[in-house]
Each structure stands twice: as structure tokens, then as C-alpha cells.
Design a protein around this ligand. Structure first.
Ligand SMILES: C[S@@+](CC[C@H](N)C(=O)[O-])C[C@H]1O[C@@H](n2cnc3c(N)ncnc32)[C@H](O)[C@@H]1O
Length: 319
């Protein structure tokens, strides 16, 4: 099978993933539940509650004494929390995982799930500024309490910083020209809206404009929300937050995220550890990898949810 580049798999901002008005269709649902190996009386964490699709399924398998702590940095997700005494909603970034688990008196849990990225709902809300389909302010914050918007990045990052983010997070083919054009255009007028931003780049768009802008927007979104930084911080806390034999399940949509998860599962650390004694022995990873290869969507799921195309799930268990 042809291996797709991120640029081909990119979440298509011109394609609404859900025609039925659902907040979000959960990806790899059964695979996630299997990966978490749910115990009836267990304590679980859904780091990315969103529409609550995965959480709903976890709750079905939990008994009376089971508990589910769910995080979402987007307050909009709160409305999806079911009226169920077993669930606790934490409207915070999952990079503060340990702090809030301790606060709620669950220092260790049986399983942690992270289904990364944005929800279909966030894409479909024009005023959030995530989608290239609408005109709105250049925002893209999942957490409206955070000060940094896409407009701030476009108007204040140096040309070199812009070049780097478009190359790294968007794989934009002409990222250098793009950064140069942005730096020039903003001296005429600062960037404020999506339509003005897109218009000012018309002359340098490469290939299919929808795909081009989807890549540019993806890079901005990842930067605005410091998605890689948050993932690394959460993973670094996850091992301590898991009980022995607790499960860690990460679903990613970008090759850099998947690489972070893969390396973390292998070494139990974000950076590859250095040899730590005279014999060059490395400290053993505190995790056992359950999924030797990333789990991807079945043909049946691909048919009903185009977003599942780029989903990669990795499962590990604490030793
Ligand atoms: C892909 S959606 C999750 C969908 C969910 N699994 C479902 O079945 O509906 C990702 C959600 O996680 C949230 N999110 C992303 N990064 C986050 C972070 N660092 N901290 C907290 N929430 C985050 C987003 O706001 C979004 O609602």
C-alpha cells in the first residue's frame, strides 16, 4: 500500500467530517476500548473529552465504583458531559495531568487515553478560526483563556520562526517563501482575518489551494496550542500517574505526534536516554509496548469517517 505523506493525509478543513450534526465521531472506538483493557472498578482518564464519544463507551464498561476523569481545555466540551456521578470534568490542558489528578484525589489510575488534535465541532464553528472554509478572526485557540492567537503568531514571529513552523508542522513545500511573504505583507497591514490572510498569499499558493491552506492552517494551529509541547509534558507525567499494569493509549494524527508517542513508549522518556553506566547499559523503559505497530482504522471505519484516515493508535502498559 502506498505510504501517504502528512500533506496528503492532512485533516481536510474543506471537508466537514460529520453530516449528521454530531459534535465529533470518535475514531478507533472499539480498538481504544480494547487497548485500555477496562476494569469494572477501575479509574480512567480521558485527556481529550471533546464530544465524549470515547468516554461514553468507557462509562458503559465501568461499574458503580469505577471513575472517569476527563480533561478538555475547551470549555465548549463541557456541554457534552453526561449526568453521571462517576465522571469528573476538568476544563484544563492535559499538560497539567498530575496536578489535577492529585487535586481530585486520584494520584494513580488504571488507564489514560489521549485522542489528539481538534474535534469536528471546533472545525465547524466558524468563529473559532480553525477552518479555511469560513471568514473569521485568525484565532485557532482551543483554550480561549490563552493569550496567543494565530494572528499574534503571524504578526509577531520572526521570518525564521515562521519558516520553521510551516516546514515542521505543515510540511508546506515553499515554507521559506511563505514566511518571507507574511513578513512583507504584515508591514502593509497586520493580519486580522482569515480571508485577508488567504488573499495576501494568493500569488504564492503552490498546487491545490485547499490543500495548501489546510497545511498552513495546521501548522498555525499546532503552534497556537503548543500541541507537541503539551503532549510531551503529559506523557512525562503519565507513567507516574499509572498504576502498575495501567494502560496508556495515544491516538495521533500527525507524524511528529506519532513519533513522540512511539519514542516515549520505547524509552519511557521523551528524549532518548543516554547510556547510564560504565557498561553502557540503558535504564529499562517503565512501559511494555502492547501495539508493536500502530493501530489504524479498518476499511469499514474509513468508509464512514474520513478523519480516521490519518489516525494512528499506540498502546502501552506500565510494568
Ligand atoms: C480529537 S478531539 C477528541 C474527541 C473525543 N475523543 C470524542 O470521542 O469526542 C480532541 C479534543 O481534545 C481537546 N484537546 C486537545 N488538546 C488538548 C490539551 N492539550 N489539553 C486538553 N484538551 C485538549 C480539544 O479541545 C478537543 O475537544
Amino acid at each position: 500500500m502506498k505510504c501517504m505523506q502528512d500533506s496528503e493525509k492532512i485533516e481536510d478543513a474543506n471537508h466537514s467530517t460529520d453530516q449528521q450534526g454530531n459534535y465529533h465521531i470518535p475514531v478507533l472506538l472499539q480498538e481504544t476500548i480494547d487497548g485500555l483493557a477496562i476494569k469494572q472498578d477501575g479509574i480512567y482518564v480521558d485527556c481529550t473529552f471533546g464530544g465524549g464519544g470515547h468516554s461514553k463507551e468507557i462509562l458503559k464498561l465501568l461499574g458503580e465504583s469505577g471513575r472517569l476523569i476527563v480533561f478538555d481545555q475547551d470549555e465548549a466540551a463541557r456541554k457534552n458531559v453526561p449526568n453521571d456521578k462517576r465522571i469528573i470534568f476538568v476544563a484544563q490542558n492535559f499538560r497539567h495531568l498530575q496536578k489535577f489528578l492529585r487535586l481530585h484525589k486520584f494520584p494513580q489510575v488504571d488507564g489514560i487515553l489521549a485522542d489528539l488534535g481538534v474535534s469536528s465541532h471546533q472545525f465547524d464553528e466558524a468563529e473559532r478560526g480553525f477552518s479555511t472554509r469560513f471568514d473569521a478572526a485568525l484565532d485557532m485557540r482551543m483554550d480561549n483563556r490563552q493569550p496567543v492567537t494565530a494572528a499574534i503568531i503571524l504578526n509577531t514571529y520572526t521570518e525564521q520562526q515562521l519558516h520553521k513552523i510551516f516546514e515542521k508542522y505543515g510540511e508546506v513545500t515553499n515554507s521559506k517563501t511563505l514566511a518571507k511573504t507574511i513578513a512583507e505583507q504584515r508591514t502593509i497591514a497586520p493580519f486580522t482575518t482569515i480571508s485577508l490572510f488567504k488573499q495576501s498569499l494568493q500569488a504564492i499558493v503552490k498546487g491545490n489551494p485547499n490543500k495548501y491552506f489546510a497545511q498552513v492552517f495546521q501548522a498555525l494551529r499546532i503552534t497556537v496550542n503548543d500541541e507537541m509541547g503539551a503532549l510531551e509534558e503529559m506523557l512525562q507525567q503519565a507513567v507516574a500517574a499509572l498504576k502498575p499494569e495501567g494502560r496508556l493509549v495515544v491516538i495521533s494524527f500527525h507524524s511528529l505526534e506519532d513519533r513522540i508517542a512511539k519514542n516515549f513508549f520505547k524509552h519511557g522518556a521523551v528524549a532518548e536516554p543516554e547510556a547510564d553506566d560504565v557498561y553502557g547499559t540503558r535504564q529499562e523503559s517503565p512501559l511494555i509496548i502492547i501495539s508493536k505497530k500502530p493501530v489504524t482504522a479498518s476499511a469499514a471505519e474509513l468508509k464512514i469517517n474520513s478523519r480516521s484516515r490519518s489516525a494512528k493508535m499506540r498502546i502501552a502498559q506500565k510494568k
